[in-house]
Design a protein around this ligand. Structure first.
Ligand SMILES: O=C(O)C(=O)C[C@H](O)[C@H](O)COP(=O)(O)O
Length: 204
């Protein structure tokens, strides 16, 4: 099954304290969102991937903010089951193609999507979704590029997600709204499960 079909929303998580990774992942899975993207923006990112991969078997944990071939190797070694990047470079794409796990390279234009398509990539992240043109832009890309499917991410909320999910070239959306920094700092995993449950209900 494609990564884009696992759930209507992929939570994008920035974690500072690796101790929160496992309870956070359990809350998201309990709410119905099994695919979880842990960004490599923080020093704790890889350790969080490692802990979730080892301790939360129902989660499909991936690494986000993957920018280099070294990031690809470190993520896979930590147990990442998918990789997401904000954009794409030749060396990053080569490493992703070689990684053995599904990946969503970021694109924001038709030319970028066509370059990846030429390399055999059919599923991509559309980033930064809202700033780059949002739903109308993505709908327009679907005309000439109907065989590319996207995970739009960047500026999407519970209220804007349904209009993206209604597009035929969108499988799932990414967003950080499910894991507010304040809830993480307070250890409020009940709130995170509630936000995940709301998001999981967007497409039933
Ligand atoms: O970290 C990355 O790899 C990114 O490319 C950026 C993230 O996808 C967005 O920051 C999430 O978007 P928000 O839901 O607006 O917070």
């Amino acid at each position: 099954m494609s990564l884009l079909d696992l759930a209507p929303v992929v939570p994008v998580v920035v974690i500072d304290d690796a101790e929160t990774a496992v309870p956070l992942a359990r809350a998201l899975v309990a709410g119905g969102l099994p695919a979880i993207e842990i960004t490599l923006r923080t020093a704790a990112g890889l350790e969080c991937v490692r802990r979730i991969a080892a301790e939360v078997p129902d989660a499909v944990v991936g690494a986000g903010t993957v920018r280099t071939a070294a990031d690809v190797d470190a993520s896979v070694e930590a147990g990442a089951r998918f990789l997401v990047s904000p954009g794409s470079t030749p060396s990053l794409l080569a490493a992703m193609l070689d990684s053995g796990v599904p990946f969503l390279p970021g694109v924001a234009t038709a030319s970028e999507a066509m370059s990846l398509f030429d390399q055999g990539v059919r599923e991509m992240k559309f980033f930064p979704a809202e700033a780059a043109g949002g739903v109308p832009y993505l709908k327009s890309l679907g005309g000439p590029l109907p065989d590319v499917r996207f995970c739009p991410t960047g500026g999407i909320s519970l209220s804007s997600a349904p209009s993206y999910l209604a597009l035929p070239n969108v499988g799932t959306v990414g967003g950080s709204w499910l894991t507010p920094a304040s809830a993480l700092a307070a250890g409020d995993f009940g709130l995170i499960e509630k936000l995940a449950t709301e998001a999981a209900g967007l497409r039933s």
